[in-house]
Design a protein around this ligand. Structure first.
Ligand SMILES: Cc1ncc(COP(=O)(O)O)c(C=O)c1O
Length: 468
């Protein structure tokens, strides 16, 4: 498959050719395969943020030129997000928040207060899409297929069994551990048929897959969508919550300035949406950055980028799995062909995940992530751990022995990554899996590894500032 623009996309991303220090002295051009954690900004977004800083001012109530300009840019960003997701403006509202965690916690708080019914979650969820439900309304957790894919029949079974006691289904759009893309519209249809709404954690889905919220009268429409700017090339602290307009009632979860129409000595009249859900001074720059990132991705050719990612991902999954001693978590080709992001988590026989990640960084200049990726139950499932084994690990960790926590190594790609980088990564994993690790490493109490004698010193850009 040919991607004529692939080589041109890279130059649009900031910091992707940074020299990084490696074992033995010297530097190599770093390879960032940790995009699922956070992404670099698009250069246009970075430049726009810098330029916009000159005209930035508080939004909404200011009459000054800069306030009016900032308000316009802030609302344009909202419009861009709405169009990007196909939001049904009449029935839904786009609210700017801090990120996916913030968005999900807000839904959970309101869901518990206004509805009170249980929330159905899957074993696949990130802790941000698990703990808020568990500790607010309470949840029913649905299992997965052996290979860690969404089991739609099991979801239907639980919804039926609940007999109307489930008010919300919370599902990730794509997993941050395996990259499996969830059948969100099929699950939405089931949820609606059983009197529940659906919340999609789109932290991983939004930057790597088309999302269409669909009109409210479509049985497969999405009620809530949550996403984070820093995972979609706009790391400036803003995120988005899309929610049904009729979800909010009474006093908002977060109260303060901007959320009201009038406050008297003993009465409060709340403002209309979205203002009533955006109390306090919003992150205007972050929101504008998100809007700019969306616009830029669309202009660069979002669909081509996604197809390229899938192509790179397929190669990564298959070639990683073919390396002796390496096992990729989850089936290489999911039940729905192609429904997998360019994201692989893997384990190497006989080597701690932290050691593999440290060696990839220190000896090859390749950034990956390791551990349980804030999705403990899913990783336990994928590692086929028994309940007793998990209880034993829980005991160890609770006693402060975090080294006992199992895990994997994750590589996650973005459109600026190249075939050459993938080749180098596969070579690096092959060498590490063969035991060809050149440096010596020490494990810390928290389970992580570092080169004996410490990492090569990289001065933080703030250090000079802090010293003054
Ligand atoms: C699937 C998923 N959900 C939620 C989150 C939380 O996102 P944030 O840290 O931006 O709030 C993440 C972050 O890694 C994620 O991968």
């Amino acid at each position: 498959m040919k991607f004529p623009h692939a080589g041109q996309w890279r130059e649009h991303f900031a910091g992707v050719d940074l020299p990084v220090p490696v074992f033995g002295g010297g530097t190599v051009t770093g390879i960032n395969f940790d995009n699922a954690a956070s992404t670099p900004p698009l250069k246009r977004v970075r430049d726009l943020v810098n330029g916009f800083s000159d005209v930035y001012s508080s939004v909404h109530r200011g009459t000054g030129y800069k306030s009016r300009l900032s308000t316009e840019a802030y609302e344009d960003a909202r419009e861009l997000v709405a169009r990007f997701l196909g939001v049904d403006d009449k029935h839904q509202v786009v609210i700017f928040v801090k990120g996916t965690t913030d968005a999900l916690n807000r839904i959970a708080a309101e869901q518990a207060r206004l509805d009170g019914r249980q929330v159905l979650v899957t074993e696949m969820e990130h802790h941000a899409d698990l703990l808020p439900w568990r500790h607010r309304s309470g949840h029913v957790m649905v299992g997965l297929s052996d290979d860690g894919e969404i089991d739609v029949d099991a979801i239907e079974h639980e919804l039926k069994r609940g007999g109307g006691s489930i008010g919300l289904v919370a599902l990730c759009g794509a997993s941050n551990v395996t990259g499996f893309v969830s059948p969100i519209h099929a699950v939405a249809e089931l949820a609606h048929r059983h009197g529940a709404r659906i919340s999609v954690d789109a932290a991983q889905l939004a930057p790597h897959h088309r999302i269409d919220v669909r009109p409210a009268d479509d049985p497969g429409h999405l009620d809530f969508v949550s996403m984070s700017g820093h995972k979609m090339y706009a790391p400036y602290g803003a995120g988005v919550l899309v929610a049904p307009r009729d979800f909010f009632a009474g006093a908002p979860e977060v109260m303060g300035g901007g959320a009201i129409s009038i406050v008297t000595w003993d009465d409060t009249v709340w403002a209309d949406l979205p203002d009533r859900e955006e109390a306090g001074s919003p992150n205007v720059i972050g929101a504008v950055a998100m809007g700019a990132a969306i616009e830029t991705m669309l202009e660069l050719g979002f669909d081509d980028m996604l197809a390229y990612e899938v192509h790179l991902g397929r190669r990564m999954h298959a070639e990683l799995a073919a390396i002796p001693g390496v096992s990729v978590l989850g089936r290489i080709e999911p039940m729905t062909p192609g429904a997998r992001l360019a994201l692989s988590s893997f384990v190497v026989d006989g080597l701690h995940h932290g050691l593999v990640a440290a060696a990839l960084s220190h000896e090859w200049g390749i950034a990956v992530r390791h551990g349980c990726f804030c999705a403990n139950p899913y990783v336990f499932h994928l590692l086929h751990m028994s309940k007793d084994e998990v209880v034993a690990v829980e005991g160890e960790v609770t006693a402060g022995r975090r080294k006992a926590l199992p895990g994997a190594v994750r590589a996650s790609l973005a459109p600026y990554n190249t075939e050459a980088e993938l080749k180098r990564f596969l070579e690096a994993v092959t060498q590490v899996a063969r035991g060809r690790i050149k440096s010596t490493y020490e494990q810390a109490a928290d389970g992580t590894y570092a080169p004996a004698g410490g990492w090569p010193r990289i001065p933080s850009p703030l250090r000079a500032v802090v010293k003054h």
